[in-house]
Design a protein around this ligand. Structure first.
Ligand SMILES: [Zn+2]
Length: 119
């Protein structure tokens, strides 16, 4: 998301009655906003949780980054899959889809590893 988009999103949050907080997003350092519902959101990453200490911040940062990566991968993959519809035999596109699936699988493994360490 461009900074212009994040500014627009922030303006939209303020219009909805959200308040800007002194805390920043652990991933992108954008100011965070508290919604009327009490939820804390980053204009770029959506809902975030404020960490109590450094250790927790690291964990949260990792979780947010992985979530964001997954979202980007899925979005990009759906664009490529659309291409397949009009050109189902295009092997280059098929290879791209396989690469995305590979990345998603690795992402899942990394996430599972992180959760196993927490236990
Ligand atoms: Zn953020």
């Amino acid at each position: 998301m461009s900074s212009e988009q994040s500014v627009k999103k922030a303006a939209e949050l303020l219009r909805q009655g959200a308040t800007m907080l002194s805390e920043a997003c652990p991933v992108c350092n954008s100011p965070l906003y508290r919604l009327k519902s009490g939820e804390i959101v980053c204009p770029i990453h959506g809902r975030v949780i404020i960490a109590k200490d450094e250790e927790e911040e690291k964990k949260l940062k990792r979780g947010i980054t992985l979530d964001y990566m997954e979202q980007v991968l899925v979005d990009s993959m759906s664009i490529i899959v659309e291409k397949l519809k009009s050109d189902p035999m295009n092997s280059e596109v098929i290879v791209q889809v396989i690469r995305y699936l590979d990345s998603l699988e690795r992402l899942k493994r990394i996430r599972d590893l992180g959760q196993a360490q927490e236990k």
